[in-house]
Every structure is written in C-alpha cells, then in structure tokens.
Design a protein around this ligand. Structure first.
Ligand SMILES: C[S@@+](CC[C@H](N)C(=O)[O-])C[C@H]1O[C@@H](n2cnc3c(N)ncnc32)[C@H](O)[C@@H]1O
Length: 221
C-alpha cells in the first residue's frame, strides 16, 4: 500500500482514501485497516476523480485543509472521498439541482461535518453566494450533465474561485452533442476555459467512463 497523494492510497489496481468517519461506508465500498488507519475503497468506475487519478493525473489540487466547491454532488459518492482528502480542517461545499439525489446526499452530510449541501442550480451562482464568502474557494470541481458545462464552470469561477486556484472540469461529451465527434467537443469546451484558466492537463477517462475527459486547470493570476 502506497500513499500516492495526501490521504489517497493505492495498492495494485485499487485506490483508497483515509476514512474521515471510521466504521462507515457510503455506497457499499469496502473498508480495510492499514497500519491502524481505516481506508475506504474508491471505485474508479463510479468516480471520475478516481478515474482521472488512475489515468495519470499529475497533481491532486484537493489537499488536506482545501476549501472545495463541488458542482454536481449527486448522492455523494465522489464528494465523500473529497471529504476524506480535505479532512477535518478542510471544507467541501456540494451543490446539486436535484431534490431526489439531495435526500441521499444529506444523509452523507450528516455523518461528514466538513460537507455543506446546497440545493441549487449551478447556472445561478448568485443564488448561493451568500452561503460562503466569495474568493475563498481554492478548488472548483464540476461534474454536471448539462449542455453548457464550460459556461457553468466559468460563471462559478468568476464568483468564487480565487486567483491561482485550481479547477477540475469533467466534460461529458454526450450531454453537449450526440452528433459531433467527441474529440471536437472536448477541444471546443476546453478552449472556452482559456480566457480565465491555464490548462495543465487533459485526461481521457476511458475505460472507466466512456466519452468523458477531465480537464485540470489553474486560474490565471
Ligand atoms: C454525473 S452526476 C454527478 C456524479 C457525482 N459527481 C459523483 O461522482 O458522485 C451529475 C449531477 O449533476 C447534477 N446537475 C445537473 N445539472 C445541474 C445544475 N444545473 N446544477 C447543479 N447540479 C446539476 C445532477 O442532478 C446530477 O446529480
């Protein structure tokens, strides 16, 4: 077992995070003991962030103590691992538009005191800006299945992400167009980020996710 990033472990083909709430699993993942530390398995077929790490993410900007704005929290699968990584000194604000997923997500938040759930449309960042002071966010993470994915990301960056902060955008090509070639969609969505960001790395998420790319970027100073 090797700690590949702070609070992220790898053994053979599997990833794990250090469990912030020992004794609890979130989506049926296995728990195991490693030298007195409880680890939680992180499934790369269920989490695009885990898939990006498996496919060679060069640096993980989400670290112990980070303040993360996470758009598209869904039922809390990936964000629970982000919560493990940032630990007790960090905070993760999780936004989702769906009341149905929010019901499950709130149960995850009840166990994990470093996650703040917000039921809102990520297209409308001004509706949740009063929940936290703008400019404090060190990492913006987005995984929303919408046609205007880059636009949502840029809008939230303008409101909340500090200069020099990091972005991670999971692009789902098929939500943007069913007809256009997937690589053209990745290219045109990523090009939209250039006005605010320097793109550091683009990672295709095959074979864990079909037609998805993770863009890792840094906001210009
Ligand atoms: C693919 S799922 C996210 C999975 C999650 N990131 C994970 O790895 O555990 C996409 C989520 O985006 C949410 N979503 C779609 N449009 C949204 C919007 N405009 N604002 C906020 N959330 C949105 C959906 O409700 C859904 O839960």
């Amino acid at each position: 077992m090797e700690e590949i990033f702070p609070n992220v472990f790898s053994e053979r083909k599997e990833l794990f995070t250090k469990n912030l709430v020992p004794g609890t699993s979130v989506y049926g993942e296995k728990l195991l003991d490693h030298e007195g530390i409880e680890l939680r398995q992180w499934d790369q077929y269920r989490s695009k962030l885990a898939a990006a790490i498996k496919n060679g993410l060069s640096e993980l900007p989400i670290k112990p103590g980070s303040v993360v704005l996470y758009l598209g929290a869904a039922e809390g699968t990936t964000i629970s691992h982000v919560s493990d990584i940032v630990g007790g000194k960090g905070i993760v604000i999780g936004v989702d538009i769906s009341e149905r997923v929010m019901r499950k997500f709130i149960m995850v938040c009840e166990q994990r005191k470093n996650i703040v759930p917000i039921l809102a449309d990520a297209n409308r960042p001004w509706t949740y800006r009063d929940y936290f002071a703008g400019g404090q966010i060190s990492v913006l993470y987005q995984d929303v299945s919408q046609k205007n994915q880059a636009q949502i990301f840029l809008k939230n960056s303008e409101y909340f992400l500090k200069k020099g902060g990091y972005g991670m955008l999971a692009i789902k090509a098929k939500s943007i167009s069913q007809e256009k070639p997937v690589n053209d969609i990745f290219e045109s969505e990523t090009a939209k980020l250039n006005e605010q960001f320097n793109v550091l790395q683009k990672i295709n998420l095959k074979p864990f996710e079909k037609d998805h790319e993770m863009v890792f970027c840094r906001k210009k100073e």
